[in-house]
Every structure is written in C-alpha cells, then in structure tokens.
Write a protein that binds this ligand. Structure first.
Ligand code: MTE
Ligand code: MO
Length: 379
C-alpha cells in the first residue's frame, strides 16, 4: 500500500459542502461583525480621540456593548470550529499545475484565506485568554487584539466578496438530502451547531446578563465578591495596600498649581450623593451597585475650577496597568460621577478602592480607578 496525501475526493461526507459552509459562515460573519463594531467602540471609549465626545448616557451603554462583544465572540467559537471542519478537505485541493492566471488567483485566494483563518483564531483565542486573565506571553493585549481585528475584518470582507456567487447559490441549496446509511442531514448538523453556540452563550453570558447568572455555570465571574461586587485586582496585587490603609492619607486636589488636601473626614463632611451604577469590565462581566460619595463636579468647584473641567486621576497603585485615568469634561460635569466613599451602604473595602475610588456612568471598568490619591483639574 502506498502512502499518499489525501485528495479532496477522499472526503466524501455529504454533510460538508457549500450548503453547510455558507450557512455557518453567515452566522459566523454576523457574530464577527458584531464583535468588530463593539470592539472598535470599546477601543474608542477606553482612550477617546479628540474628535469623539463619549456620551455619559445611557449609563449602562458600555455594559451592553462590551457584554455583547464577549457574548458574540464566545458564540463564534463553535461556529468557527464547524466552519473550518466544513471546508477542511479544501486544504488538499491541488493548485493548477501550470503557471497561469488561475495559479495566481488560486495563490491569492489561499493567502487571503490563511490571513482570515489565522486572524480569526487569534482573535477568539486571545479574547478568551483575556477573559480568563491568563497572559501566557508578554504582549499588549489591547493593541494586538485591535490591530488583528482589522486584519480579520478586512480579510473577511474580501472573502465574502470573492465567494459571493458561491454563497448565493449555496444558500439556495438543499438541506434535507440523506446519503445511504446516514442519519444526520445538513439541517440536523446546522441545528446542532446552532444549539452548541446557544448553549455556549447560555453557560457564559450570566456574567453580563444577571438573568442568566444561575445557569451560567462556566462564567468566569459569578457576580459575587466582597460587598456584592467582584474584585479584579486586590489592593495587595496592585501594591496599594500600605498606602491605602495609612490613616494619615489625604487626597490632593490640584488646580492652577495650587493644592488642597482633604482627608476622609473632610470628604465625608462634604455633600454626599448616592447613585446606582454598574462596574462593566472589558472582560465582559458587569455588576450594578450603589455608590455614595462626593460629586467630582463639586470637588472641581471646591478647587476653584469650573464644573466642566477635565480631571486626571492618580492612584496609590505601585505596579501594573490602570494606575491612572482621565475624565473628559462631560464626565466631570455629570451629576452621577462620584469620588465614591461607600459601596452598597458600607465603607469601601480595601480591595474595592478604599479610601476612595472613581465611579462614573458609561465608563469601562478599567477606568473606574481605585485607591485615588490625587485629582488634577484642568479648566
Ligand atoms: N487603581 C486601579 N483601579 C482599578 C483597577 C486597577 O487595576 N487599578 N482595575 C480596574 C478594573 S479592570 C475593573 S473591571 C474595576 C473592577 O472594580 P472592582 O475590583 O472594584 O470590582 O476596577 C478598576 N479599577
Ligand atoms: Mo476590568
């Protein structure tokens, strides 16, 4: 018996083929489209460019868009696996053997598909690793995930354009044919794939949708934690423990090269406001909570600055990212933006940012800075 490479004809399974591929591909295209748009939005919100004024309402907008980002990315995993399985035999298609226009086109198609498959796998794997906070190698997740997103979406659009005639014809193709001795039809396969994607969402989306919290046994975050809120980075992990627990701590409020110092008692003596706002993490989980503290707007005014000022926030964190953040004017001016002192009716715990933290509407979790020690106001 001679050993040889398989050929396309060797894979006779009728379940594969354009009828299956086109339908799974359509679903996959939709999830990737949603993932791309919500991802770009998250990127813009994280670090808004000059031309973009991020709205402070609706307060739960980021919670919604980022939940959708992670849910659609998760649903895409089973879809991508089935899609790749359905086209797998094509890997063994022989290129035209003479140098010709066909060979060139074949080569170009192969390159674009390699880029698409590579980028798609990278996005789903890196996104999942970020959700479970596992960084097996040293790279900037946000920048890389964002750059590869453009490769993926570009290659996807080219792929759809090239395949459009095939996709059109295949979407009209039969689903219920059965080969001898075979039980599963293409329709059956597609339903199974849909169910797999649905269950994946059901088992994980509870971290974004409180309604599903009980069923989502594979959620990375249960929604629970000290003071009814998960903790992403503890005071110890951020190297903020000692400074934050120091009874001599004072907040430095800077405007126009003058500093005002306020200890916790002074902050507690100011007018207190209570708001209901969620923490919405880039990792997709979000939890609503009640926060009590001083309006940033009133702190700006105390410093002698206008209510519509920008603010730069510095924390006591000594290592790791997210030690500082910036609040655009509309966020400082918003009545719901607080320097929070209490969480769900109790003094903030150390891990939630004691002595005080930022909480603002429609703001990615990473920017809700904990262990604040300095606020610089810019008119
Ligand atoms: N100083 C500081 N603030 C921080 C962080 C941090 O690492 N350092 N993590 C942020 C992230 S990623 C999130 S999602 C929220 C989580 O808040 P919690 O741990 O209080 O629930 O806090 C944010 N505030
Ligand atoms: Mo986060």
């Amino acid at each position: 018996m001679s050993v040889r490479l398989p050929r396309v004809e060797d894979f006779s399974d009728r379940l594969r083929g354009p009828e299956t591929t086109s339908r799974v591909g359509t679903a996959l295209g939709i999830t990737f489209g949603i993932c791309f748009l919500t991802g770009v939005w998250s990127h813009l919100q994280y670090d808004p460019p000059g031309w973009l004024t991020v709205p402070t309402s609706p307060a739960g907008l980021y919670r919604f868009t980022q939940g959708l980002h992670v849910v659609s990315g998760t649903a895409a995993i089973p879809l991508l696996l089935v899609k790749l399985w359905s086209v797998f035999p094509k890997l063994f298609e022989r290129p035209p053997c003479r140098i010709s226009r066909e060979l060139l086109l074949h080569g170009l198609e192969r390159v674009s598909i390699a880029a698409l498959v590579g980028a798609a796998i990278f996005q789903l794997v890196s996104g999942t690793l970020n959700v479970v906070q596992w960084y097996p190698w040293d790279y900037s997740f946000r920048r890389t995930h964002y750059a590869i997103a453009w490769v993926a979406i570009g290659a996807l659009l080219i792929h759809i354009a090239v395949k459009l005639p095939v996709i059109r014809a295949a979407l009209a193709g039969p689903l219920d044919e059965r080969e001898q001795g075979q039980d599963l039809t293409r329709r059956g396969l597609l339903l199974t794939t849909g169910a797999a994607a649905g269950l994946t969402v059901l088992f994980t989306a509870g971290q974004s949708l409180p309604l599903l919290r009980k069923v989502s046994v594979f959620s990375v975050r249960s929604g629970e934690g000290p003071q009814h809120l998960p903790v992403n980075r503890t005071a110890r992990a951020a190297g903020a423990r000692e400074a934050a627990a120091d009874p001599g701590w004072r907040l430095e409020l800077v405007f126009d090269r003058k500093s005002v110092f306020l200890d916790r008692a002074a902050l507690e003596a100011m007018r207190q406001t209570t708001v209901g706002l969620p923490i919405a993490c880039v990792e997709g989980w979000s939890v609503g909570a009640h926060w009590t503290g001083v309006r940033l707007r009133e702190l700006a005014q105390l410093a002698g600055a206008p209510a519509r000022s920008r603010m730069f926030v510095t924390s006591m964190q000594t290592h790791g990212a997210f030690a500082t953040s910036e609040l655009p004017r509309q966020f400082v001016a918003d009545d719901r933006t607080l320097l929070a002192l209490e969480l769900n009716g109790e003094t903030l715990s150390l891990d939630h940012g004691f002595p005080c933290r930022i909480i603002a509407p429609n703001r990615p979790g990473v920017l809700q800075t904990k262990w604040v020690t300095k606020l610089e106001v810019f008119a």
